[in-house]
Design a protein around this ligand. Structure first.
Ligand code: CAA
Length: 295
């Protein structure tokens, strides 16, 4: 069934090579998914060799897991490993048709990344962003071809969660959008089209939900009680397990974006902010410092 608002399929361009900017966890999970479902070369880039090696190493380890579970054959595993490579320069993107960025959630950093990629790729190459909440239209604003920028927002774990938010910026054209939907179909995701608005749609709802649970704990409800209060609704994981999965820094960033846009409707937990400011992995607790030390 055609997703609401998706343009005519016939407008979609063929994707024969994918570039992924960033080789962090989300980026590496995406690289594997692209290679597996599109069966095209996927190049990851990052700032240094250590990060690249870690990203490509993660992809290879996940392919070995798929092999161990019998989900791919030995030949397929080797082919998949050969499809995913790392490069320190974006020149490797020259013949890519679809480049997605998953770098640090900072508008200026993402604008710089897209400007650099635009120097290398063709005028039709789709520039996609996996941002959780940053404004797409501003990300595209200083490019020569802002019409090829689209939001392509995955959910963690990328391999498992079916949802894909496709975001149309003010200038995104139909061919770009159709290509995004076509790639989403090949990845076997359920794509939904959303408008360019703070945190789009899904994270607006999720931020509200997570904010209320964190707020209850900050106001004195024991963490165990708040975390398990909804168990009977059959959620796949508890809110604080989800917070760890998403990462406190990402959750804080989305909460801050929502607070800046709608100060009266979205708060930012001081405890969450302090946990992230501590700058090391930590587990949320009303006095996070106890747990942060323990990790
Ligand atoms: N990478 C790859 N595969 C993974 C994985 C990962 N990180 N985590 C789990 N899986 C796979 C497992 O290998 C397993 O696969 P098989 O069936 O092939 O063996 C399958 O997922 C189920 O895993 P488990 O049996 O270990 O665990 P589960 O049944 O409890 O499911 C879960 C795990 C899918 C993560 C489930 O708990 C869940 O759906 N949680 C909710 C996650 C969620 O809401 N994500 C959205 C976060 S918001 C976000 O990401 C966006 C943002 O912008 C902040």
């Amino acid at each position: 069934k055609k997703p609401a608002g998706a343009p005519d399929k016939a407008l979609a361009r063929k994707v024969t090579k994918v570039g992924v900017v960033g080789a962090g966890l989300m980026a590496s999970q995406m690289a594997l998914l692209f290679a597996r479902r599109l069966e095209v070369p996927v190049v990851l880039t990052d700032l240094d060799q250590a990060r690249l090696d870690k990203g490509v190493g993660y992809v290879h380890a996940e392919i070995d897991k798929l092999l161990g579970k019998g989900r791919v054959s030995g030949d397929q595993a080797n082919r998949l490993k050969a499809l995913v490579t790392g490069s320190l320069t974006k020149d490797a993107f020259a013949d890519a048709d679809f480049v997605i960025e998953a770098v640090f959630e900072d508008l200026k950093v993402k604008q710089k990344v897209f400007a650099e990629v635009e120097e290398v790729v063709s005028a039709e190459c789709v520039l996609a962003t996996n941002t959780s909440s940053l404004p797409l239209t501003e990300m595209a604003s200083s490019l020569r071809h802002p019409e090829r920028v689209v939001g392509f927002h995955f959910f963690n774990p990328v391999a498992v969660m079916p949802l894909l938010e496709i975001i149309r910026g003010a200038e995104t054209d139909d061919a770009t959008l159709a290509t995004a939907f076509s790639v989403g179909r090949s990845l076997k995701k359920s794509s939904v089209l959303v408008k360019d608005a703070p945190a789009f749609v899904v994270n607006r709802l999720l931020t509200r939900f997570m904010g209320e649970v964190i707020g209850a704990v900050d106001e004195g409800t024991p963490l165990e009680v708040a975390d398990h209060a909804l168990d009977g609704l059959g959620l796949p994981m508890t809110p604080f397990t989800l917070l760890q999965l998403v990462g406190p820094a990402v959750a804080l960033h989305v909460a801050e974006t929502m607070h800046a846009a709608f100060p009266a409707r979205y708060g930012v937990s001081d405890n969450l902010a302090r946990l992230v400011a501590a700058g090391k992995p930590g587990v949320y607790a009303p006095d996070f410092s106890l747990d942060a030390e323990a990790v």
